[in-house]
Design a protein around this ligand. Structure first.
Ligand code: SAH
Ligand code: SF4
Ligand code: F3S
Length: 459
């Protein structure tokens, strides 16, 4: 391979998956991945539009890359012409605006068109050669399925892999851009997903994380031609030789069907960890968010899951300072956190997004109120996360050892509950990497655990 590609990934795991696919689409064209934009012929920013900060970061990165691109263009720096592309959700949401605001950008594309990346790069190069500048925009939602045009994944090398099974969202929460950037909900057929899982297993993948913006709304064409739910799909994937663990993210409380809840009790491969965003503990706020669930229905789902899997670790997303959120509403969120108990969580200040209904709502919450609420909420969540990790000390857990750590003989893995575990494996490290091993947990830090290989390896 002679040409070099640099991809920077922002945002969620679906973007991580997409970036891997982009690299695979470009490989047959002779592009190898490099670690820095300086070393690249083509730079792709795979962007995120979810909050204002995420989107603004892209523009500041473009500013820095413009300097590099100009220096290369003027021959002040080796490497020749550099093609600068913006893909992902900012590309989708602000395609034309990017071209206007940032003339250094040669190409803009969205999450649904990156299988056409090689063609776009050629078009951009031709336009640059002819007119001195390029403006290639491809932000359609093509009717044809992008997945049909992607090479099959080779796996990123490790034993844990992402597999996108569903895309888009029809929920239209009033704060969220995803239905606009990713389009309508779409589920891949079971057959395609199973084939991809088999290929991943063949290259050593042990753990699958099934991805979708609304992954438990999955309803793909099943092997019998009928509509299959996520639970049925997971049961089938659990039969793929080599696949020992299955996770899924991100799910919506409204789509936690009975069979999916049951799967947490019945399916051995289904890990005892669930990321289930609740956003708020106030029914008034949840209604204004158009979430379609209440605090009570959320508590009920967790209670049913824990009745089947008492050790289930629960994670969530929270938004503080949604328009109209009062102190009482916020306190209801804090109470929900105390009641449920989370092993980890992500929390954000509400960020008004152009084109979403909430951005026009009256009663926007002042920034300093958002700051104070976020701090109180994160303090509580951090206490819960620390307590959860400390409670793991002394346990012997099955840990998937994913990669080498910083020290000799140390491997880094994941517990069934998604905790990062630093494991002292000594001389056995080379033998156990990529495998699931029993690990005795020796200490619990706020963000990780430490352990050593247990003497008894029987799982
Ligand atoms: N599909 C997932 C989440 C997608 S976005 C779901 O339905 O839960 C990831 C998280 O970003 C959301 O759960 C939400 O907590 C947060 N988020 C989305 N839009 C936001 C906004 N405008 N301001 C602040 N946080 C937001
Ligand atoms: Fe956004 Fe709501 Fe859809 Fe999640 S369910 S992606 S928060 S609109
Ligand atoms: Fe961001 Fe798009 Fe994911 S907006 S969170 S990268 S779906």
């Amino acid at each position: 391979m002679t040409k070099k590609l640099y991809i920077k990934t922002y945002g969620c795991q679906m973007n991580v998956y997409d970036s891997e696919r982009m690299a695979e689409v470009m490989a047959p064209e002779g592009y190898a991945l490099v670690e820095t934009p300086e070393a690249a012929d083509v730079v792709v920013l795979n962007t995120c539009h979810i909050r204002e900060k995420a989107a603004e970061k892209v523009y500041s990165d473009i500013g820095r890359l413009k300097v590099l691109r100009d220096e290369r263009l003027r021959g002040e720096r080796a490497g020749g012409d550099l093609v600068l592309a913006v893909g992902g959700c900012v590309g989708q949401a602000e395609g034309a605006e990017i071209m206007q605001r940032a003339p250094a950008v040669d190409m803009v594309f969205g999450p649904q068109t990156y299988h056409r990346l090689p063609k776009m790069v050629i078009a951009a190069r031709d336009a640059r050669a002819l007119h001195g500048k390029a403006r290639v925009i491809d932000t359609e939602f093509p009717a044809e399925e992008k997945f049909d045009h992607l090479p099959s994944p080779r796996g990123s090398g490790g034993p844990a892999a992402f597999l996108t099974i569903q895309e888009g969202c029809d929920k239209f929460c009033t704060f969220c851009v995803v239905p606009y950037t990713r389009g309508a909900e779409f589920s891949r057929p079971v057959e395609k997903i199973v084939a991809e899982a088999e290929k991943l297993a063949a290259v050593g993948v042990v753990e699958l994380t099934l991805l979708g913006q609304n992954v438990n709304a999955y309803h793909g064409v099943g092997l019998d031609g009928g509509d299959w739910s996520l639970a049925r799909l997971m049961a089938r994937l659990g039969e793929v030789p080599g696949i020992a663990r299955i996770r899924y993210t991100t799910s919506h409380p409204r789509d936690m069907g009975d069979d999916l809840i049951a799967a947490h009790g019945e399916l051995a491969a289904c890990m005892p960890y669930l990321h289930l965003p609740v956003q708020s503990g106030s029914d008034r706020v949840l209604a204004a968010m158009n979430r379609g669930h209440t605090a009570e229905s959320y508590r009920d789902i967790i209670a049913r899951l824990r009745a089947l899997r008492p050790d289930l670790a629960v994670s969530s997303d929270f938004i503080v300072g949604f328009p109209g959120e009062t102190d009482d509403d916020f306190e209801a969120t804090m109470q929900l956190i105390r009641d449920v108990g989370f092993s980890q969580a992500y929390s954000f200040k509400y960020s008004p997004r152009p084109g979403t209904p909430a951005s026009d709502m009256a009663d926007q919450v002042p920034e300093e109120v958002k700051d104070a609420r976020l701090q109180a909420l994160q303090t509580l969540l951090f206490e819960q996360q620390k307590a959860f990790n400390v409670a793991s000390v002394g346990q012997v857990m099955a840990v998937l050892l994913e990669r080498v750590g910083r020290f000799e003989g140390q491997l880094i893995g994941r517990s069934p509950y998604m905790q990062a575990v630093n494991v002292d494996c000594g001389a056995a490290a080379a033998d156990v990497i990529g495998r699931i091993a029993m690990v005795e947990i020796l200490s619990g830090e706020p963000h990780s655990l430490k352990g050593r290989l247990a003497t008894d390896q029987a799982a």
